[in-house]
Design a binder for this molecule. Structure first.
Ligand code: NAP
Length: 254
C-alpha cells in the first residue's frame, strides 16, 4: 500500500443505521478507522460499538451535514482524533415525499439541504486532506429516483443533482489522486423504505414482496449490498473509476 493511502481514515455520514451503518461496518472490516457521523452522536454509538466488538476502530461524531459550522467542527475533530480523512461517503439522507401540488417549500428545502448542501459541505471540508495526501475517494448516495419517481419531486431532483456534483468533483480533483463516484440504489430494506411503506399504508412485508416481483434478481436489496460496492469504489485499486454513477438495483432498469 502506498504511504498516501496508509492513513485509511473514512467518514460515513448518516451512519447510525441503514446503508450508512452497514457501510461503516464494512469499511472498518476493510481496515479503515471510521468516523460514524450522524445527526445525534448518541445514535451513532450503536454502530461504533458493533465495529469495536468486531475488532475495528471507530468514533461517533454528531453533526448536521447541512450546517457549515457543524461540518467544519466534525471534520476537524475526525482529523485530530483519527487522522486526515481520505475517504468520504455522503450517505445522510431524508425523504419528505408528497405530490407536487401538496409539496411545501419546507419539504423542498429540507431535502435539498441534507442531500445537496450536505454533500457539498462535507466534500469541501474533506478535500484538503485528500489533496494533501494525493489520495482520496468520495462516494455519494444517489438513487434510482434520480430518473423520476412519483411523489418525490424534491428527492429525485436532489439525487439527480448529486450525479452532476459527483462528475464535477471527479473532474476537478482527479489530478490529485481523488476519485468521486455515485451509487444509485434501487429498493434497499431500511428504516427509510419502512417509512415509505407506512406512509402508503402498505404492510412492509407486502411492500417488499411487490418490489421484489419487479426486480430481475427477485429480491430487494440489503444495506450490505451497497456497502460492498462502496468498499470497491474506495479501494486503492479503483483509482481509474471516477465520475461514474453505478445503479445497484438488482437489474438493468431502475
Ligand atoms: P435511513 O435508514 O433513513 O438512514 C439515514 C440516516 O441519515 C439516519 O441515521 C439519519 O439520522 C441520518 N441523517 C438524516 N439527516 C441527517 C443530517 N442532516 N445530518 C446527518 N445525518 C443525517 O436511510 P437509508 O435507507 O439507509 O438511506 C441512506 C442513503 O441512501 C440516503 O441518502 C438515501 O436517500 C439513499 N438511498 C436509499 C434507498 C433505500 O431504498 N433505502 C434507495 C436509494 C437511495 P436520523 O435517524 O437522526 O434522522
Amino acid at each position: 500500500m502506498s504511504e498516501a493511502a496508509s492513513a485509511r481514515v473514512a467518514i460515513v455520514t448518516g451512519a447510525a443505521r441503514g446503508i450508512g451503518a452497514a457501510t461503516a461496518r464494512r469499511l472498518a472490516e476493510d481496515g479503515f478507522a471510521v468516523a460514524v457521523l450522524d445527526l445525534d452522536e448518541g445514535s451513532a454509538k450503536g454502530t461504533v460499538e458493533a465495529i469495536e466488538s468486531a475488532g475495528g476502530r471507530a468514533i461517533a461524531v454528531g453533526a448536521d451535514v447541512s450546517d457549515p459550522a457543524q461540518v467544519e467542527a466534525a471534520v476537524t475533530r475526525v482529523a485530530e482524533e483519527l487522522g486526515g480523512p481520505t475517504v468520504l461517503v455522503n450517505n445522510a439522507g431524508i425523504t419528505r415525499d408528497n405530490m407536487l401540488f401538496k409539496m411545501t417549500e419546507s419539504d423542498w428545502d429540507m431535502v435539498m439541504d441534507v442531500h445537496l448542501k450536505g454533500a457539498f459541505l462535507m466534500t469541501r471540508a474533506v478535500q484538503k486532506y485528500m489533496t494533501e495526501a494525493t489520495f482520496g475517494r468520495i462516494v455519494s448516495l444517489s438513487s434510482v429516483s434520480a430518473l423520476g419517481n412519483r411523489g418525490q419531486a424534491n428527492y429525485s431532483t436532489a439525487k439527480a443533482g448529486l450525479q452532476g456534483f459527483t462528475k464535477t468533483v471527479a473532474i476537478e480533483l482527479g489530478k490529485f489522486g481523488v476519485t468521486a463516484n455515485a451509487i444509485a440504489p434501487g429498493f434497499i430494506e431500511t428504516e427509510m423504505t419502512k417509512a415509505t411503506a407506512e406512509r402508503m399504508g402498505i404492510p412492509m412485508e407486502d411492500f417488499i414482496k411487490g418490489a421484489a416481483s419487479q426486480i430481475p434478481v427477485a429480491r430487494v436489496g440489503q444495506p450490505e449490498d451497497i456497502a460492498h460496492l462502496v468498499s470497491f469504489l474506495v479501494s486503492e485499486g479503483a483509482g481509474f473509476v471516477s465520475g461514474q454513477v453505478i445503479y445497484a438495483a438488482g437489474g438493468p432498469r431502475a
